[in-house]
Design a protein around this ligand. Structure first.
Ligand SMILES: [Fe+2]
Ligand SMILES: [Fe+2]
Length: 303
């Protein structure tokens, strides 16, 4: 059991950093399309040496747009999941109720935030970029799984957000300031969510046999496989958007390199960086060391 987190301390911390969407985007706060939006460790566009600097930046921005849409998607399943988790115990610990409702409310705010940035992107980029969806269908498919598998997916996503910001975004001075500000404000809220996810995972695993816990792990991996298929589709959309936006038609061998490199870049961004996060692995280990070992046996594919 990890004793480090409590509903009370997570709730108290979440009361402090409140921010409004209008503080981050709109008015004179516009995206600067002369700057990259994503850190190179996630975008991995420099590997594509057949692209010039401007084309690399365009692809980087397309990946930024996909990031907005994929986070919009995952928040759509996290919101009802957290509400469902709060609902049966409204009469229990007051801090638990308030922390979970605050969590849900912040995810609703994030959905709106990502939409606002997507609109801003579409207004300024000049080419329509296709994205996977619709979000309701993806949310429905994910929520059909064992709640423990869904809770571990949520844990993975929220620690992943922190890894992206702390390891790659915080000290990157090249990024567009508005996009960076979005990622920073999202990260601020997610710090508390990741703690609450840990508590949700532990409460859903409580009373389960080891076999039942490992069943939940398999469901988490199934959700990962489902998302991985979506990422493969998104990568194809990004390739189409790139050709549309730049007017450059890639040769067959360039497309092959694009797919190879961007497939792996997407896998690391949304899957590998979460499933190898030390705090995710630590939580899995508290359920059973076999849970951690099972996830570690597949994670190298997503590096
Ligand atoms: Fe969020
Ligand atoms: Fe969150």
């Amino acid at each position: 059991m990890i004793e480090r987190y409590s509903y009370q301390s997570a709730f108290a911390a979440s009361e402090i950093p409140h921010w409004r969407i209008d503080d981050i985007i709109g008015g004179d706060k516009r995206l600067d399309f002369d700057r990259p939006f994503m850190p190179e460790s996630l975008a991995r566009v420099n590997q594509l040496t057949f692209l010039n600097d401007e084309e690399k930046r365009t692809l980087n921005q397309i990946r930024g747009h996909a990031y907005l849409s994929i986070f919009g998607l995952v928040e759509e399943f996290i919101l009802p999941f957290v509400l469902d988790h709060a609902r049966p115990q409204l009469q229990g610990d007051d801090y638990r109720v308030r922390a979970l409702l605050q969590f849900a409310s912040e995810e609703a705010k994030h959905i709106q935030l990502f939409k606002r940035f997507q609109q801003e992107f579409q207004d300024g980029f000049g080419t329509n970029c296709a994205v996977i969806g619709p979000p309701e269908d993806i949310a429905r498919a994910i929520l059909a799984h064992d709640p423990l598998g869904v809770a571990i997916t949520t844990l993975h996503i929220e620690w992943m957000v922190q890894r992206h910001y702390v390891d790659s975004i915080k000290d990157d001075q090249e990024l567009d300031p508005q996009f960076k500000s979005l990622l920073k404000h999202h990260w601020v809220d997610e710090v508390q969510h990741a703690k609450l996810d840990t508590l949700m995972v532990q409460s859903l695993a409580a009373g389960r046999s080891e076999a039942e816990i490992l069943g939940g792990i398999e469901e988490y991996l199934e959700i990962g496989g489902f998302l991985d298929n979506g990422l493969a589709q998104q990568m194809e959309f990004d390739l189409e958007s790139f050709e549309l936006a730049t007017g450059r038609e890639l040769s067959d061998s360039e497309k092959e390199q694009f797919r190879l490199s961007q497939r792996q870049a997407n896998r690391w961004t949304y899957l590998g960086s979460g499933m190898t996060h030390p705090r995710v692995l630590e939580t899995l280990e508290t359920l059973t060391p076999k849970a951690r070992a099972r996830v570690e046996s597949v994670s190298p594919v997503f590096s």
